[in-house]
Design a protein around this ligand. Structure first.
Ligand code: ADP
Length: 184
């Protein structure tokens, strides 16, 4: 019986393991998620199938006035993503540059969703700015799915403010939180 591999074989195994670890791709999906919508969840489910690890990064965005505070945006995102049954996601918050958040979490890819040409114009410029700052981080765009591509967090908030039904755009727990936040 052979109780140990030949040293050369062990080295080959170690090299294969080292190689596969280094081939794994971590992507970061940054956003305001104010609030998370079915559109975000669609991008998350699809990106999680493409990349080994998906870091969901909720931005503090001091320049933007958000309806929900950062901790609530994060906890809603965690709650809603839990329903997707995916196990390769991590959650973080960040304050500052997206490329710094990507570097800090060893993400070689930034994922963004594209709904229309307005998104494209803005996102293409942002991707170029990020590439100029961090050439090692690639931006990958996923085009929005037809069923959810019209949803925007900003419109969800506007509709809710005017008493409209938002149940087709955000999951129930998120809808309840948005309505509560608008009442306070
Ligand atoms: P940000 O303030 O960074 O734009 P958002 O939460 O509004 O944060 O959006 C985060 C990302 O998700 C952006 O790339 C945006 O284009 C994308 N996104 C937002 N809504 C949808 C949607 N309905 N379908 C696909 N992508 C979307």
């Amino acid at each position: 019986m052979v109780d140990a591999f030949a040293p050369e074989l062990e080295l080959v195994f170690l090299l294969i393991i080292w190689h596969s670890i280094n081939m794994s791709t971590t992507a970061l999906y940054p956003g305001s998620f104010d609030p998370v919508t079915f559109g975000h969840l669609d991008i998350i489910a699809r990106a999680a199938r493409i990349f080994d690890t998906l870091v969901l990064a909720v931005g503090a965005h001091h320049s933007k006035t958000s309806l929900l505070p950062l901790d609530q945006r994060l906890s809603l995102l965690e709650t809603e993503v839990a329903t997707l049954n995916i196990n390769n996601v991590k959650f973080i918050t960040f304050d500052g540059l997206v490329v710094e958040a990507a570097r800090n979490h060893s993400a070689g890819v930034i994922v963004r969703g594209l709904r229309n040409t307005t998104d494209f114009d803005y996102e293409a410029q942002m991707a170029a700015m990020n590439a100029a700052m961090a050439g090692e981080v690639e931006t990958v765009f996923l085009s929005a799915s037809p069923k959810t591509g019209f949803i925007a967090s900003s419109l969800v908030k506007q509709i809710a403010r005017m008493g409209g039904d938002i149940s087709g755009f955000v999951p129930p727990a998120t809808a309840r939180t948005v309505l509560k936040a608008l009442k306070t």
